[in-house]
Design a protein around this ligand. Structure first.
Ligand code: HSE
Length: 311
């Protein structure tokens, strides 16, 4: 085997109440990475498509290369690899774009080396890439992109990642207004301290959301999509956020929040039937403020990242 191509899906991190600890993968989109063995040792990023020339080729800055290098360092191995990245995800969108690239690269490189790591074992390397991409080694995008489904990061030290139940029919509509937000900028508006009152509210909603998933109680899932820690600050960066939330709930969504660090918003619903009405409601809000919005709808992706082709 000389080359492996892998796919990693987009993700919704935080899921409102679970800042840095909850995320799920979606089916609608993702990134592809091909990794090829080469004779001379060292990593080279050979091509990047679909980024309008904006992502770095330097191996110290490119998330694919950073992730693979972290894996090789852990194994204490010197290997030569070429990296070919095809972006399916928009940059700065809040749909886990940097995570999907790093995860696809790791899944391809791991297979190329004979799978020395289990899927979960790749997580720390993907987190190292997130640290380079956005200044924080959070796992709530990389874990669901890698493993699929709905994922809880119970702890970071040591890393404790738990897959949650996904109710049949849980559906997600993503609304991506036409502007970018860097995760680092969206993190910089957050406060370091949380009041006791807000901590209580947030814990109740995380617990409620997880109970709702396991009990397949869609109403409970909906009312647990409440975030008093990040959303109040980040919503100020997203024009039309609260109007959209009200409009999509009126159109049948269980609830809505910011996908990761934004500006994409996610709405959950029971089944896909309400999705067209949710999209229309959001489009009307953004028409009125003169901003375009792309919409995608998808079931929760259960499979996570996978190898597409070996050559
Ligand atoms: N948990 C991270 C944040 C996700 O909210 O900053 C970034 O996509």
């Amino acid at each position: 085997m000389k080359a492996v191509r892998a796919f990693a899906p987009a993700t919704v991190a935080n899921v409102s109440c679970g800042f840095d600890i909850l995320g799920f993968a979606i089916d609608a989109m993702g990134d592809e990475v091909e990794v090829r063995l080469k004779d001379e040792t060292g990593l080279v990023v050979v091509s990047i498509e679909g980024d309008q020339g904006r992502l770095p080729y330097e191996v110290e800055k490119n998330t694919c290369a950073v992730a693979i290098q972290a894996m090789l360092d852990e194994m204490d191995r010197q290997v030569g690899m070429e990296i070919y990245l095809r972006k399916g995800l928009p940059l700065g969108s809040g749909m886990g774009s940097s995570a999907a690239s790093a995860v696809a690269a790791l899944v391809a490189a791991n297979r190329l080396l004979g799978e020395p790591f289990e899927k979960k074992g790749l997580l720390p390397f993907a987190m190292a890439a997130e640290k380079v991409a956005c200044g924080a080694g959070h796992a709530d995008n990389v874990a669901p992109s890698l493993l699929g489904g709905f994922v809880l990061i119970r702890d970071y030290h040591p890393l404790d990642v738990i897959k949650l139940h996904v109710p049949e029919g849980l559906h997600c509509t993503l609304l991506h207004p036409h502007f970018e937000l860097k995760t680092s900028d969206s993190r910089s508006v957050l406060r370091d301290n949380v009041s006791l009152k807000h901590s209580t509210i947030q814990s109740g909603n995380v617990a409620g959301l997880i109970a709702g998933l396991f009990q397949e109680d869609f109403e409970l899932i909906g009312r647990s999509l409440r975030d008093v820690i990040a959303e109040p600050y980040r919503a100020t960066l997203i024009p039309g956020f609260y109007e959209t939330k009200e409009a999509v709930k009126g159109a049948g969504a269980l609830g809505m929040g910011i996908s990761g660090s934004g500006p994409t918003m996610f709405a959950l619903s029971k089944g896909s039937e309400t999705s067209p009405a949710i999209i229309r409601a959001a489009e009307q809000v953004y028409e009125s403020i003169g901003l375009g919005v792309d919409a995608y709808h998808s079931a929760v992706n259960i499979r996570g990242a996978y190898v597409i082709e070996e050559k």
